[in-house]
Ligand binder design. Sequence first.
Ligand SMILES: [Mg+2]
Length: 277
Amino acid sequence: MSRQILFTDLDGTLLDLDTYSPEQSLPAIKRLQEQEIPIIFCSSKTRAEQIDLRNELEINDPFIVENGSAIFIPKGYFRSIPMDYCLKEDHIVIELGKSASDILDTIREYRSKFPLDCMGYEDLSLPEIMQITGLDELGAQEASSRDYSETFIKGNFDNIDFHHFSLAMELRGLACVRGSKYVTIMGKYADKGKAVSVLRELFEANWGTKVITAAVGDSGNDIPMLAAVEQPFLVKKPSGLWHEMKVDNLLRIDSIGPIGWDKVAIEHLLADLSVSS
Ligand SMILES: [Mg+2]
């Protein structure tokens, strides 16, 4: 006897990359919930952003914020958590990354000595963030309230200055991770894959059964998550192409973003269940 859990990226995967709408995926989410398959967000988005989306979609499972920097578990979700954790409001938090204040200090120190044309939430006003991201005021505020990372949402990420910046951050224990649109600067020892492995252990320990893990992603920052699960799925970018990556057993879904997400849920996870039952 085994049970399934699903990890999912948000931007460009569960959510449309331009409208951020989850509408497309609502019926499939309900069907997964009927089968008691936990849906674990695993995204570069912040706690505030993910909590809003969980409320909207009526999802009450644990979630992974800021690219694997921390795992949030609703109080009472698991009977036991045999590892270090802290408490934040209604959640048990397992922290794997560095604090945002340490990360911002390191970026400021670098900026004072070297040129860097990239701007993060910390450098931009709320109207500027709204204009660049297309988020409304609340969404922009929530995206800016970061606990474990900074994200550059403006600038050139392909020039030599940025390459030098990435190397300097690496030497200071940080990593620059590319998502669907932006670059997140975070603790280099945290990633989506480590967070997935920690949660898998917690599910197995608490359920007392083997857990089969699946994950859906669309871009480079999803590689550690996809490599950490038994059933990795990659959806297409709006360009109609898949992000180039090498991951064992990766199944490339022939549809873009949330349409691909639906296919994973209905044609693979739910179809597999009806075959095995
Ligand atoms: Mg994405």
